[in-house]
Design a protein around this ligand. Structure first.
Ligand SMILES: *[C@@H]1O[C@H](CO)[C@@H](O)[C@H](O)[C@H]1NC(C)=O
Ligand SMILES: *[C@@H]1O[C@H](CO)[C@@H](O)[C@H](O)[C@H]1NC(C)=O
Ligand SMILES: *[C@@H]1O[C@H](CO)[C@@H](O)[C@H](O)[C@H]1NC(C)=O
Ligand SMILES: *[C@@H]1O[C@H](CO)[C@@H](O)[C@H](O)[C@H]1NC(C)=O
Ligand SMILES: *[C@@H]1O[C@H](CO)[C@@H](O)[C@H](O)[C@H]1NC(C)=O
Ligand SMILES: *[C@@H]1O[C@H](CO)[C@@H](O)[C@H](O)[C@H]1NC(C)=O
Ligand SMILES: *[C@@H]1O[C@H](CO)[C@@H](O)[C@H](O)[C@H]1NC(C)=O
Ligand SMILES: *[C@@H]1O[C@H](CO)[C@@H](O)[C@H](O)[C@H]1NC(C)=O
Ligand SMILES: *[C@@H]1O[C@H](CO)[C@@H](O)[C@H](O)[C@H]1NC(C)=O
Ligand SMILES: *[C@@H]1O[C@H](CO)[C@@H](O)[C@H](O)[C@H]1NC(C)=O
Ligand SMILES: *[C@@H]1O[C@H](CO)[C@@H](O)[C@H](O)[C@H]1NC(C)=O
Ligand SMILES: *[C@@H]1O[C@H](CO)[C@@H](O)[C@H](O)[C@H]1NC(C)=O
Length: 454
């Protein structure tokens, strides 16, 4: 009987607790949205004093379902698999694959094999792998940008620095992630070299390159009165001037996103290469439909956050989501371990995230040809949204709905009882350290701790 309860406890702990947790603070990570879930990958662990090299790089994958409401002070992060994932920082994460199902990791600083310039996480099969491509066609890089063209599953990479830093690049190339092996080809080089910049693709088929560093050896920043524009339809670069009435100060390690109504929002970043004292807390919107382009300076409302750089920023419908990154004065302000949500319909910082008009920023459904009709595997329980884990997801709307709820309630109630029983045994084990019969439970709890922790 006891073994039975123990087995059930182990099962329930694995089903209910595995992979849930609070990610520690980090910087130089990157993230994207696939199927309304935010995936944030890798980055450099923060610590006091700071570790400034790759020894602190992580390969953690954290997942946040954006199709559910949550308390912004405790987002329901889930930990994804990391087996075979590289430890990197200053890399890019993009959506790829014929079905927009892949996280494509490219470049970055790493202590792992320097040859591993690409890694791929398949959100369907939930495993990591190394894609096939002609490795002599690309160089390693970091501090570059990538944008996904969802129409043809290609990723367009621009700029960045070589692995050993100073030389900053202006080369532009395309990786076709739906071919096997991937095909890689060059596009015309940009008019100016950039690293630590942002690139944003809007529905007009143009990629907008904003800010960053033009010369790392001399810490030279790009100005924001000129936007580099690459038109994917004509393969032409241009340098578009901006109305001089409002020009945000030059910056790097800021972030930019395209909105559902085809504007570009930039937030944060810094001017200071050493101590980050020049970190920004400002938000501007770029309108590319006016001639010249126009920046609008937005005064945000609500609880104003602390200035941030090195963050991950995505647009989920009308909500701007900002997570991880760096504060200027971390001795005073601590490391940014909180997520920020800005409702861009009112420009008010939120304490509760409520999904709104997610379809506005959902990429077009890929045109799946019949030959790539791969069987979809059932998601692992580790990544199931919590509502489904509890079995009370009322999304089914079919005859299974009630059964699901009943099973869910039964499981929920029994889990409370069983976890109680588990805790009882756990306590007893602690009271009696020599009792070896409970070692199994101890082992499971240890696994849970290490999985959930850093
Ligand atoms: C990385 O930084 C840590 C802490 O500052 C230091 O102990 C270590 O030697 C450094 N490693 C390398 C490879 O530079
Ligand atoms: C990942 O999963 C897919 C589909 O299940 C499988 O074909 C592939 O071999 C797996 N790759 C690795 C590296 O496990
Ligand atoms: C790989 O790329 C290099 C450089 O572009 C080229 O010379 C070589 O022919 C390519 N190899 C294959 C097998 O396509
Ligand atoms: C990408 O590769 C696929 C498969 O080889 C091919 O059908 C498609 O035309 C390629 N797309 C681009 C934009 O190169
Ligand atoms: C993708 O297709 C849509 C619809 O045809 C079009 O509006 C958009 O400009 C295309 N994007 C690119 C990058 O070509
Ligand atoms: C720039 O913006 C200002 C304020 O909105 C406007 O008055 C001015 O006409 C604009 N200049 C140009 C060249 O469009
Ligand atoms: C934008 O507004 C903020 C706060 O009002 C101000 O500090 C900043 O200087 C403004 N930026 C520009 C470019 O005028
Ligand atoms: C987040 O940072 C704040 C300020 O440094 C600190 O008080 C708080 O304990 C941290 N929270 C977590 C979950 O690490
Ligand atoms: C989807 O792809 C097929 C074959 O490649 C093409 O004939 C069809 O027009 C595409 N559909 C859309 C909506 O783009
Ligand atoms: C896929 O197959 C179905 C049924 O055989 C067919 O109706 C459809 O046109 C095919 N789609 C494409 C994109 O080839
Ligand atoms: C595509 O996959 C789905 C789900 O596995 C399956 O039901 C369907 O029959 C497949 N279509 C084709 C044309 O193979
Ligand atoms: C979000 O979840 C709800 C309920 O689970 C579902 O009906 C809806 O289709 C989802 N929305 C998107 C955009 O996936």
């Amino acid at each position: 009987m006891r073994t039975f309860f123990l087995a059930l406890c182990i099962y329930l702990i694995l089903v209910f607790c595995f992979a849930k947790g609070n990610p520690t603070s980090r910087r130089y990570q990157d993230g994207v949205i696939i199927d309304n879930k935010l995936y944030v990958f890798a980055g450099r662990q923060t610590s006091n004093p700071l570790i400034l090299n790759q020894t602190a790089d992580m390969n953690e994958l954290w997942i946040l379902n954006l199709n559910q409401s949550f308390d912004v002070s405790s987002p329901p992060w889930l930990r994804g698999p990391s087996t075979n994932a590289p430890r990197v920082a200053y890399h890019t994460v993009n959506v790829g694959g014929a079905e927009n199902e892949l996280l494509v990791i490219y470049g970055g600083e790493t202590l792992d094999s320097m040859e591993t310039s690409y890694a791929v996480f398949d959100t369907k099969s939930q495993n990591w792998s190394t894609p096939l491509f002609n490795t002599s066609q690309i160089n390693r890089r970091q501090k570059h940008t990538g944008v996904t063209n969802f129409n043809d599953s290609t990723i367009i990479f621009y700029g960045g620095a070589s692995f050993s830093n100073p030389p900053v690049g202006n080369n532009l190339f395309v990786v076709n992630t739906s071919s096997n092996p991937w095909s890689i080809y060059n596009l015309p080089a940009g008019p100016e070299s950039r690293a630590f910049h942002t690139s944003t693709l809007l529905s007009d088929g143009k990629m907008y390159v904003i800010g960053g560093v033009t010369d790392l050896a001399n810490n030279k920043l790009a100005t924001l009165d000129l936007i580099l524009v690459f038109d994917l339809r004509t393969s032409q670069w241009s340098q578009a001037p901006v109305n001089g009435t409002v020009v945000p100060p030059g910056r790097f390690l800021h972030k930019a996103v395209g909105t559902g109504d085809d504007k570009i929002i930039i937030y944060g970043g810094t001017t200071d290469f050493d101590y980050f004292t020049g970190t920004f807390n400002d938000l501007y919107v770029l309108d590319t439909t006016t001639n010249p382009y126009t920046w609008t300076n937005i005064t945000t409302k609500g609880i104003i956050p602390i200035a941030r750089s090195c963050h991950t920023m995505v647009m989920a419908g009308t909500n701007l989501i900002i997570t991880f990154g760096r504060h200027a004065d971390e001795l005073k302000d601590g490391f940014p371990n909180n997520t920020l949500v800005l409702d861009t319909t009112t420009y008010t910082w939120q304490t509760t995230y409520t999904p709104n008009k997610l379809e506005l920023t959902t990429p077009p459904k890929p045109n799946i040809s019949n030959k790539t009709n791969t069987s979809t595997t059932t998601p692992l329980p580790t990544l199931a949204p919590s509502s489904e884990q509890n079995g009370v997801g009322v999304d089914s709307g079919n005859e299974n709905g009630n059964t699901k709820i009943i099973i869910g309630v039964v499981i929920s109630i029994s889990s409370v009882i069983l976890i109680g029983v588990g805790l009882f045994f756990f306590k007893r084990r602690r009271q009696d350290k020599n009792n070896e019969t409970n070692n199994e439970l101890d082992h499971v709890l240890t696994i849970e701790e290490t999985t959930v922790g850093r």
